[in-house]
Design a protein around this ligand. Structure first.
Ligand SMILES: Nc1nc2c(ncn2[C@@H]2O[C@H](COP(=O)(O)OP(=O)(O)O)[C@@H](O)[C@H]2O)c(=O)[nH]1
Ligand SMILES: [Mg+2]
Length: 459
């Protein structure tokens, strides 16, 4: 006789301060788990009892029953809460001593301090969010530009999951049809002609390939890019840097060698978070009388150049040779940039009569050419905004998706060679596993723990 043993594992009730450290108008302490209410209620004096999804005004009491604060307390009953468990949230005044006290009392009464990301991990484990949505929570919190936030919100809303769901369904149907065919192989029933199988594989792999192609943009929006401004002293690098930032961050003088240190500032370019780096002028080491500080500055410029995703080589347009050729020292700089993503910027265009034939003419003085420069930066980064809201935005997702695409391509080839369907099925199952890993339908615990460990506590 078979006996079913259902081991019901009751997770601990967890607690954390959900608002950032420091003082603020409001500070939130959040409890999640089956004991949330039992722990919270004795800490409170309420005019009306807690009710699901209702905010209640109440007094927070210390262990002697003295009032510590007035708070708005909200109860969410399982499964209608962020984690899918019972949740009680205290919105008290944002005094660190008070919030710490609430935390301590909750722990004394049986709660456990939440690990980073544990609330979201529970939302995932209870099936309220899939893994791509859970990752989007962290991306949203970490966003530096509104555009980043919007894309993360679309993903949190399930844009990626919605794109994947019908493709996964088609994959399952194909597997089922082929497995039926394999089972009936002895009867020599040809349930699906090979061409039809290939079509169906292509119908799944083409949209998945397209999705994989969004990673470039997804990563750019999520992680941004580093942009170093290099060139000879006095070319107008710092002026251009300030122009792009739209405020006077770097010191500008007519004196060559003013910028000694590299300065990095964030810049939101059409939603792409860039780090813009102004560097010391790359004066020829032999030709110029340098100071030690300038020499160190030049060394740092070279490091910034090596680390940058994109380099703006700024040249003083007034120093161009007759015919528009670059002066010798600039040719040297240009030669170190071959094979790297870079733009030649001919600055001080206001000083020359005819526009140069190559490069992007700008004037940091008048602002001329700045829009062209910004567009050229976006083009070189390949920052073509996607029309699709579903985006692959991290390496984990990209690698799972690539596995799925590779397996489907193998399946497509196997179908082309009229190999036995068992081979094809192996590949298709592999593709299905990869899609499941992407959404988190099947993801090993160690990977999950790594993903959620990157979150902040209280989320
Ligand atoms: N006429 C003109 N002068 C500029 C322009 N950009 C910068 N300058 C001047 O060139 C000098 C050097 O500028 P700066 O930004 O410090 O150059 P850097 O050494 O490359 O950082 C300063 O006197 C600036 O006012 C420009 O587009 N047109
Ligand atoms: Mg400078």
């Amino acid at each position: 006789m078979l006996v079913h043993l259902d081991i019901v594992f009751e997770p601990d009730t967890i607690v954390a301060i959900a608002t950032p450290p420091g003082r603020g108008g409001i500070g939130i302490v959040r409890l999640s788990g089956s004991l949330a209410r039992t722990i919270a209620e004795p800490m409170l004096r309420l005019r009306q009892p807690l009710a699901p999804a209702q905010a209640r005004l109440g007094s927070i009491l210390d262990d002697q029953g003295a009032v510590l604060d007035e708070a708005v307390v909200t109860y969410f009953r399982a499964p209608h809460s962020y984690t899918g468990e019972d949740i009680v949230e205290f919105a008290a005044h944002g005094a660190p001593v008070l919030l710490d006290y609430l935390l301590r009392i909750a722990i004394q009464r049986g709660a456990r301090l939440a690990r980073p990301g544990e609330f979201t991990q529970r939302a995932y484990l209870s099936g309220r969010l899939d893994l791509t949505q859970a990752e989007a929570v962290n991306d949203l919190i970490s966003a530096h530009t509104l555009h980043q936030a919007k894309l993360a919100a679309a993903q949190l809303g399930g844009a990626l999951s919605r794109t994947l769901a019908p493709l996964k369904q088609q994959l399952i149907e194909l597997i089922a049809a082929l497995e039926a065919g394999v089972d009936f192989a002895e009867d020599d029933l040809d349930l699906l002609p090979e061409a039809a199988i290939r079509d169906r594989i292509a119908g799944i792999s083409l949209p998945l390939d397209a999705l994989a192609g969004t990673f470039r943009y997804g990563r750019l929006v999520r992680d941004g890019a580093r942009l170093a401004i290099v060139g000879l002293p006095n070319a107008g690098k710092s002026s251009l840097f300030n122009r792009l930032l739209e405020y006077d961050r770097a010191i500008i003088t007519a004196q060559p060698g003013t910028t000694r240190d590299t300065i990095a500032e964030p810049l939101d370019l059409e939603g792409i978070p860039l780090t813009l780096i102004d560097t010391a002028g790359l004066r020829d080491v032999l030709a110029a009388p340098e100071t030690e500080a300038e020499r160190e500055g030049i060394a740092r410029s070279r490091t910034s150049m090596a680390d940058a995703d994109l380099i703006l080589h700024v040249v003083d347009a007034a120093t161009l040779l007759p015919g528009g050729a670059l002066p010798l020292e600039d040719r040297r700089i240009a030669s170190t940039l071959t094979g790297r993503p870079s733009l030649l910027v001919l600055n001080k265009s206001d000083l020359i009569a005819t526009p140069p034939q190559t490069g992007i003419a700008t004037s940091a003085r008048t602002g001329d050419g700045l829009d062209v420069l910004k567009q050229a930066i976006l083009d070189l980064l390949d920052a073509q905004p996607q029309t699709e809201s579903a985006l692959i935005s991290n390496v984990r997702q990209a690698s799972a998706l690539n596995d799925a695409c590779a397996a489907l391509h193998k399946a497509g080839e196997a179908a082309g060679q009229a190999l036995p369907h068992e081979f094809l099925l192996l590949d298709l199952h592999q593709a299905l596993d990869a899609v499941d890993a992407l959404t988190g339908a099947t993801t090993p615990d160690e990977i999950l723990n790594l993903i959620f460990a990157r979150f902040c506590i209280g989320k």
